[in-house]
Unconditional design. Structure first.
Lengths: 112, 113
């Protein structure tokens, strides 16, 4: 049982490049979310999804896109990377609202 | 939207001592309050949660208390051990609509042997 799998674990991008952070879960959870973690800022919600085909913005959505075509996958796209997007990104899933959220191991992204 | 404040940002204790981390929330409609532990290089992991119809919940050395009137909740760890050293996050969410978790900024707990 893999839980929540994020790829890649590390990535270095040049300013202006685009990339997709992958997130997959094998628990058939409806809710999936993307967070970024910066020193002293805690976990801030970027985008979330409450089921296939349904996504919405969180606290810090600018510069990021998401889609949810299947229950299992919830990729996060950086359209044109900026140094301000240097962060650790976590994907999480939960069966429904107000239940345990299971986090992936994170992706450490550096934009130079 | 919801705002969660967490204190202290760092906490150092001796092994065997108790540790208390406090959080306040702003939205009285919030009714679910989980606590997560994050070890170095890993994702956060749920350690305990409480819902607004309960004032206190315990799980071995860990307990959480909730004061709805004052809008604050606390994590209590007794008989701390070095393996308790980690970053702890509190969070809050509402049981309505597409509610999402709002996290505090975290507390780094250091337990010295």
């Amino acid at each position: 049982n893999a839980g929540v799998t994020q790829t890649p674990k590390f990535q270095v991008l040049k300013t202006g490049q685009s990339m997709t952070l992958q997130c997959a879960q094998d628990m058939n959870h409806e809710y999936m979310s993307w967070y970024r973690q910066d020193p002293g800022m805690g976990l801030r919600l970027i985008h979330y999804s409450v089921g296939a085909g349904i996504t919405d913005q969180g606290e810090v959505p600018n510069g990021y896109n998401v889609s949810r075509s299947t229950t299992e996958d919830f990729p996060l796209r950086l359209l044109s990377a900026a140094p301000s997007q240097t962060s650790v990104y976590f994907c999480a899933s939960s069966p429904t609202r107000n239940t345990e959220a299971f986090f992936g191991q994170g992706t450490r992204l550096t934009v130079v | 939207g919801e705002n969660v404040e967490q204190h202290p940002s760092t906490l150092s204790v001796q092994e065997g001592d108790s540790a208390v981390i406090k959080c306040t929330y702003s939205d009285s409609a919030s009714n679910y309050f989980p606590w997560y532990k994050q070890e170095l290089g890993k994702g956060p992991q749920l350690i305990i949660d409480i819902r607004s119809n309960v004032g206190e919940k315990k799980d071995q050395r860990i307990a959480v208390t909730l004061n709805k009137t004052a809008k604050h909740f606390s994590l209590h760890i007794t008989e701390t051990q070095p393996e308790d050293s980690a970053v702890y996050f509190c969070a809050a969410s509402m049981n309505s609509g597409y509610s999402t978790l709002t996290f505090g900024k975290g507390t780094m707990l250091l337990v010295s042997p």
